[in-house]
Design a protein around this ligand. Structure first.
Ligand code: SF4
Length: 347
C-alpha cells in the first residue's frame, strides 16, 4: 500500500493558506496546520477589547480555518525569537515595519524544524507568485526557499506549476497536474477555487492580519524606540501599542488613555505596574503613564485625562493619581481645551 505522506501547512487564517491546505487534502495528503504567534497578530485581541467591535464574531481565524478543514492546528509562540526578525531584518521592511521576506523565511524555517521533529514529509504554504510586491515575487520566493533551509521540501500548491517541481511532486506524493498556476495580484482565481471547494465563508484577504503593516501602529512603535533610545520591546509593550489613545506631551513620558470601557477594563490589568490616573468626580477613562513624569507632567496628564472624561466642560475635575505601591492622591484640575492639545502629541 502506498504510504500516506504528511505535510505541515502554514495557516495564517486567510483564504490562500486555507486553499493550499485544502488542495493537499484533496490529494490525500495528511495535513496538520501550524500558526505562529508573534505578538503582532491582529485578530483575537483588539477585536475582543473594543466596545465598538463587540458585535463582530470573535474568532481566531487560524483555529477556525483548521476546524473548517478538519485538521489539527499547532499554535507556536515565537515572540522572543521573532524579535530579531523585527529588529534586524536582513531584507529590510515593507511599506511600514513589516519585515515580510525575513518573516516568511523565519516561519518556513520554524516549520521545517517542526516537520523534522514530527517526521512529516514536506511543508505547504499558500503563497502565490506576484501577489505581494516584495515577499511574493518569484525571485523573493526563491530567497524564502533557500534561506529557510526548506529547499525542495517547500510546496506552494496555488502556484506550483509556475515553479520548478519540488520533492513531493518529483516523488509522486502529489500530482503536479492537479496543482495550480495562479499568479499576480488578482484574487479571482482563489475565489473561484474557494467556490469549487464549497468554501463560502473566509476571513478577508491578508494585509489586515499583522500590526506591522499598519502605519499608525508602527508610528507608535517607532515613538517607543525613540523615547527609550533603544530599539527593543517586550510583549507588554507591543500589546499596549494596540490599545488606547497614545499622547506624548514630552519626550520622557506618554499617556495611554482608554477610548472606551472595553479598553479601560483591558488597561486595568496593567494598572499595578504603571502610574495611572482615574477621574473621580466624573466618569472617564483609565489612563496609564509610560515613562518618568515630573510633578508638572502629572498635572498636565490629569488635565488631559479630564479632557477625555465626561467632565470635559466642567470647571474642575478630580483625578486620582496612583503610583505603583504608593498611596493614591487626588488632584483637582481644569480640563485642557481641545485646541490646547497640539496635534503632534498624538502618536
Ligand atoms: S504581514 Fe506580518 S506576519 Fe505577514 S509576512 Fe509580513 S511581517 Fe510576517
Amino acid at each position: 500500500m502506498k504510504k500516506q505522506r504528511k505535510a505541515v501547512a502554514l495557516i495564517s487564517g486567510g483564504l490562500d493558506s486555507m486553499l493550499a491546505a485544502k488542495v493537499m487534502l484533496a490529494q490525500g495528503i495528511h495535513i496538520e496546520g501550524i500558526n505562529f504567534f508573534t505578538g503582532f497578530c491582529v485578530e483575537g485581541h483588539t477585536h475582543a477589547i473594543r466596545n465598538k467591535d463587540k458585535s463582530r464574531t470573535k474568532r481566531n481565524n487560524a483555529l477556525w480555518v483548521a476546524e473548517q478543514l478538519g485538521i489539527k492546528l499547532h499554535i507556536v509562540d515565537v515572540i522572543t525569537e521573532y524579535k530579531k526578525v523585527v529588529l534586524n531584518p536582513k531584507h529590510g521592511y515593507g511599506a511600514n515595519l513589516n519585515p515580510c521576506l525575513d518573516c516568511k523565511s523565519f516561519m518556513v524555517a520554524k516549520a521545517l524544524t517542526w516537520m523534522r521533529e514530527q517526521n512529516f514529509d514536506f511543508i505547504v504554504t499558500g503563497e502565490v507568485v506576484g501577489q505581494r510586491p516584495k515577499s511574493q515575487r518569484s525571485d523573493t520566493m526563491k530567497i524564502v526557499t533557500q534561506e529557510s533551509g526548506a529547499g525542495d521540501l517547500l510546496l506552494r500548491p496555488l502556484c506550483a506549476r509556475n515553479l520548478s517541481p519540488t520533492v513531493p511532486e518529483r516523488e509522486g506524493w502529489v500530482n503536479r497536474d492537479k496543482l495550480y498556476d495562479f499568479s499576480g495580484r488578482s484574487r479571482k482565481p482563489q475565489m473561484a477555487l474557494a467556490a469549487y471547494f464549497g468554501i463560502e465563508n473566509y476571513a478577508q484577504p491578508a494585509g489586515g492580519c499583522c500590526f506591522l503593516t499598519d502605519a499608525s501602529y508602527t508610528a507608535k512603535l517607532n515613538d517607543l524606540w525613540r523615547a527609550r533610545h533603544t530599539r527593543d520591546y517586550d510583549l507588554d509593550d507591543i500589546m499596549l501599542l494596540k490599545v488606547g489613545r497614545h499622547l506624548r506631551p514630552q519626550p520622557h513620558f506618554k499617556l495611554i488613555i482608554a477610548r472606551d470601557e472595553g479598553e479601560s477594563n483591558y488597561l486595568e490589568g496593567y494598572a499595578k505596574e504603571f502610574i495611572h490616573l482615574r477621574t473621580l468626580s466624573h466618569s472617564g477613562p483609565l489612563a496609564l503613564i509610560d515613562g518618568d513624569p515630573k510633578e508638572e507632567d502629572l498635572i498636565l496628564a490629569s488635565q488631559l485625562v479630564a479632557r477625555f472624561s465626561q467632565g470635559r466642560e466642567a470647571l474642575q475635575v478630580q483625578i486620582t493619581v496612583a503610583h505603583p505601591n504608593k498611596a493614591v492622591r487626588m488632584l483637582e484640575v481644569t480640563p485642557l481645551a481641545s485646541e490646547s492639545i497640539p496635534q503632534e502629541w498624538y502618536v
